[in-house]
Design a protein around this ligand. Structure first.
Ligand code: RNT
Ligand code: ZN
Length: 435
């Protein structure tokens, strides 16, 4: 039916026309096949295009930012020196535009405080940042209909002393960073007011010790006090969703991390803020896909940083791998698409940065679409009736379903071409190589 209508619309019979007809018939067959297992593929496409993915701005310039010339610190690292890194806000914005044109679905912009944009000759330190330093980002986001998420930047700055910020025993250092947190809350509320979209503000600190500490409690108690102080300023909780990201270790802080998983979960629960899980922040055999449901039992909202750790929190580009698929499944199966804030978080400087961005964002979208194409209710029923043999077979059968045809139809409807490497390489030639 749909196929007939589209054929009628076409006047010119060309090679590309036949290609399109073949694609359409593949989509129709795929839709029918999914229908047979009780899945509405039309509905899956409709849903996935509405799920906002918060796109991390820091993939474009190796987490450099614009407010200081300090090298990246905080136990995180970008490796590689592929040409074309964005050096100015204008370059970063142009790159983000290209990425958006090559990825389907709804996006939010995820900014770090270090991406403040100052006027000529102007400067504000982290404890003095204000909404006006982000006015250009607001204009950029508004023109594109995007909301903005935000992150205070507790790293790459001379006031990080001995790898410590909010947990420092030095009151000058601790207070400086508390002030930064407060400024960021105000900026987050400004983003929400301007864009009309709630802002997720994520707190992550790199604090920790390289070697065995003598006092494990002190730093954590000071971190708690600092967070309490930051959150003591009034802010609109319906507009700003504050979350706390934990971590197991970082480079140079291998022995002890102040913001551990236990600290973060206890703090967010007591304070009624949101937990954030980054899937690179656990021991390699621990899986965020398995942790998510526990959080959903106790928290109205949960935030995620989707990344790909290779042996450690290496922040490789997100691929359509098992864990990404499994995380997406757990969001969809638990009917939690509106409760989970999904963001990407990785930084690869060894390959074309635009391609890295697009590959990661498309992978998250693919994983979500795949999850939406599962016969969820049927599978849950098999589990509850202890029909595990059938459940295993049903799960295996889905792996050979024509997912690619549904993905292509989704791209077509979003006006995005399947091939992105051609455009990325052309941009590399004409723009990136001249940087
Ligand atoms: C670091 C955390 C954190 C950062 C960003 C840049 O391990 O994952 O989220 O990656 O804030
Ligand atoms: Zn993260």
């Amino acid at each position: 039916m749909l196929l007939d209508k589209r054929i009628q619309k076409k006047r010119i019979v060309s090679k590309s026309y036949y290609k399109e007809v073949r694609k359409m018939s593949r989509w129709n067959e795929a839709k029918e096949m999914y229908g047979k297992i009780g899945v509405d593929a039309e509905k899956a496409i409709e849903i996935v295009r509405q799920v906002p993915i918060s796109m991390h701005c820091w993939q474009g310039d190796d987490v450099g930012g614009f407010d200081s010339k300090e090298a990246l610190s905080g136990g995180i690292q970008t490796t590689g020196n592929y040409p074309g890194k964005a050096r100015t806000p204008e370059e970063l914005m142009a790159d983000i535009d290209l990425v958006c044109s090559l990825t389907p679905g709804k996006k939010k912009l995820n900014l770090h405080a270090s991406y403040a944009i100052f006027e000529e000759g102007e400067f504000a330190d982290r404890d003095a940042l204000a909404p006006k330093h982000y006015a250009k980002w607001v204009a950029f986001a508004k023109e594109r209909g995007m909301g903005i998420d935000f992150n205070p930047t507790f790293f790459s700055h001379p006031m990080v002393k001995d790898n410590l910020t909010l947990s420092s025993p030095d009151e000058t250092v601790r207070k400086f960073w508390v002030e930064h947190g407060k400024r960021c809350l105000e900026i987050s509320e400004y983003f929400a007011n301007e864009t009309g979209v709630p802002c997720v503000m994520n707190i992550w600190i790199p604090d920790g010790y390289k070697d065995i500490p003598a006092d494990r409690l002190g730093p954590r108690a000071r971190f708690k006090q600092s967070l309490d102080e930051i959150l003591s300023i009034p802010y609109d909780k319906s507009k700003v969703f504050v979350c706390l990201e934990s971590k197991v270790f970082g480079i140079g802080v291998e022995s002890y991390t102040v913001g551990s998983a236990e600290f973060a979960l206890n703090y967010v629960t007591q304070k009624g803020i949101m937990p954030l899980m980054d899937n690179g922040h656990y021991h390699p055999t621990e899986l965020v896909s398995d942790k998510l449901s526990s959080l959903l039992v106790f928290h109205p909202h949960v935030a995620l940083h989707i990344t790909r750790g290779v042996r450690w929190d290496s922040d490789h580009v997100v691929l359509l791998d098992d864990e990404t698929k499994e995380i997406a499944k757990d969001i969809v199966r638990n009917d939690a698409l509106s409760r989970v804030f999904i963001a990407t978080d990785y930084f690869d400087a060894s390959i074309n940065r635009i391609s890295a961005w697009v590959t990661g964002l498309r992978s998250v979208q693919k994983a979500l679409l795949l999850a939406l194409l599962e016969p969820t209710a049927h599978m849950k029923q098999l589990q509850d009736e202890s029909r595990f043999t059938e459940l295993m077979v049903a799960m295996e059968d889905q792996k050979t379903m024509p997912f690619g045809d549904v993905w292509q139809e989704y791209l077509r409807r979003e006006g995005v071409e399947e091939d992105y490497i051609t455009k990325v390489l052309a941009y590399e030639e004409s723009v990136l190589k001249n940087r």
